[in-house]
Design a protein around this ligand. Sequence first.
Ligand SMILES: NC(=O)c1ccc[n+]([C@@H]2O[C@H](COP(=O)([O-])OP(=O)(O)OC[C@H]3O[C@@H](n4cnc5c(N)ncnc54)[C@H](OP(=O)(O)O)[C@@H]3O)[C@@H](O)[C@H]2O)c1
Length: 260
Amino acid sequence: MKVALVTGSGRGIGRGIAIQLAADGYAVVINSVTANPAETESGAYEVKRTIESAGGRADVFRADVAARADRDALIGFVAERFGRLDLLVNNAGVAPRERRDILDAEEESFDRLVAINLKGPYFLTQRAARRMIQWKQEGVVERPRIAFVTSISAYASSTSRGEYCVSKAGLSMAARLFADRLAEHGIPVIEVQPGIVETRMTSGVKEKYDKLIGEGLLPMRRWGTPEDVARVISAFARGDLDYCPGAVIEVAGGFGIRRL
Ligand SMILES: NC(=O)c1ccc[n+]([C@@H]2O[C@H](COP(=O)([O-])OP(=O)(O)OC[C@H]3O[C@@H](n4cnc5c(N)ncnc54)[C@H](OP(=O)(O)O)[C@@H]3O)[C@@H](O)[C@H]2O)c1
């Protein structure tokens, strides 16, 4: 059975990706930073329960992607439990706790976002990629793949959360770098840029975005859903994008279309 690791899959977009991949036949490793086996109504163990009740296979591993020891433990868990990794989805990410103008924002928030959104997935991918190369050479896996979930904020300026934009722009380059480096090993790497997706991350700015979307910010005039993103990851996982290393796929209802 193929194995997928989806970081930050206790809720939101990661949850949608994990459920889709399980339906596609992957054994899924669900990761979140607060995963708690005593909590099964929400969070990582709810996702595990949902997947298992649909006949799928899921394991949970709590880890903070920003912490080196946790990253090592996460990949170590995958190696010990399954001895293979067919798909890594770098999805875990955070928004600033408080939106603040770039002229006032604190370094602490910058450091936090860069650690979780950029440094974490960068070095988790390094770790995972080394294993994937080895497992591929040994014939354990046929074609491992890696996806990065960045954001339209990798290119669109939001001056009230500059640290988020910078972390996602950096992550976009990380995706390109790994796509370049791993192509010779037959490991496709792509970047997926969600737009405005209804999750807990955007719950605090729902009214603002309802208004903007209503006024036509997005040509498609609706919020994105975790399933919109999951469908793209599913196509990638199936192999449909294997000749597209470095591809950047925007999942944003047309946000990036320049209009007159
Ligand atoms: N929502 C949007 O509009 C939108 C748009 C573009 C891009 N994105 C990106 O899509 C990804 C998912 O966003 P979302 O909206 O689904 O967010 P969300 O609802 O806030 O869920 C984030 C998930 O990431 C986990 N997480 C947070 N910090 C972590 C860490 N240090 N280590 C491991 N896991 C961690 C959380 O764990 P717990 O459950 O334990 O808290 C949670 O499961 C993020 O990278 C985000 O930047 C979102």
